[in-house]
Design a protein around this ligand. Sequence first.
Ligand SMILES: [Zn+2]
Ligand SMILES: [Zn+2]
Length: 428
Amino acid sequence: MKNLYLPLLVLAFLLAACGGDPAPVTPTENNDAQAASETTDADHGHEEEDEDHEHDQAEDNHSATDGLNIDHFFDGALAETPEIVDCTLSDGTATSCYSITVVGYPVNHDVGPFCPTTTAATADDVGIWLDGEAIYDVDGAFILSLAEIYGDDNWQLYDDDGNVNVTESVEAFEAAARPDVDPAYQNHCVEGRMEWLPDGNPVPTTALIPVAPVSADNAQSAGNLGITLNGVVIANAAPVDAILSAYTIAAFDDCGGHINPIDGYHLHGARGCSEVGDAAEGETPIFAYAMDGYAIHSPLPTDEALDDCGGHTTDALGYHYHASPAAENAVLPCLTGFTVSTGNAEGRGGDGNRPEGDNAGGRGGRPDFAAAAEALGVTEDALVDALGGPPPNFEAAAETLGVSIEDLQAAMGGGPGGGRQQGGGGGG
Ligand SMILES: [Zn+2]
Ligand SMILES: [Zn+2]
């Protein structure tokens, strides 16, 4: 029984992540094998695919290029064959959508590295940091320069021996990802590991993406932005201000992705790691699809005229987006088309890696701990302490507080959840 409630409650408790779905709707049975092979199948079949995709793009007519083309995905990027299902867009339009599940890890490259272990680390040893304005290698020089870069002497991510503070256990990682960052984990480089995810598996995400994109009047930007051709969710912008204000660096790998406890591996910057096919003159290759069904291509090298959401229309490709430069820490500023309204959207839009960022963004589904505590007849501190986590342990908390788990769940605002799917703008 409680299992039905937990995904929603955990979700709410964490104040939201990058809009991804914390509850794999259709976990694959072979995730272990996938995870195990994840570091060994780099570049698998890429060259061959390039040729196939080039062929596809050259021959596709407008209708195909305007919408999602399953053939563009890397082998293994989708957990199962996509189905076409009925869906309702956020404007109320009843239409058809692909129900498409990405496996939750990049099938064509390794995950990481992220943080440096010492101040002697070179760019080859580490990942990157994207603060909205610049791309930094998270190397030793960067760690040593943080106080200068951000004009604040409180930055000190290393000790006298040159060791860098890194979240080196799942407990440390989750404590650093708490809404109220455990003060012990300020001045840390925060990184997760795939093996710290639930059951040690990648987190698949099922997206409902309109088969025929419908252009909207009002741009949307809540929730996940899209899915990459190599099996990864594209999250909304990471909450850089919140991350920096806790004196933490939520490092990305060189491909612009990182891990959070709920969404698993997800992308924040377009770094060319899932491109498919060649690009026409003046264009860049496709690497993803947005939740509204339009293709996302790599950033354009020049200041080309694009609309507010980074899109434009060409004869060859129809309407499509170009990702923002990775430094901006937002693959797209918004979506042009309607996305699927999931009905149980919670408007998540921050970063699961930094749940407090969602707090800062004011979009979170943060439980009202004060109200819940009052309903239960306990203090708010006692409630928060008892819940622990993330993830919170409701069973243990109920026992600690001397209340029934049903009462606890009711007080926390949980309801029957069941399977959830990630639409687009609705979050989920
Ligand atoms: Zn273009
Ligand atoms: Zn993130």
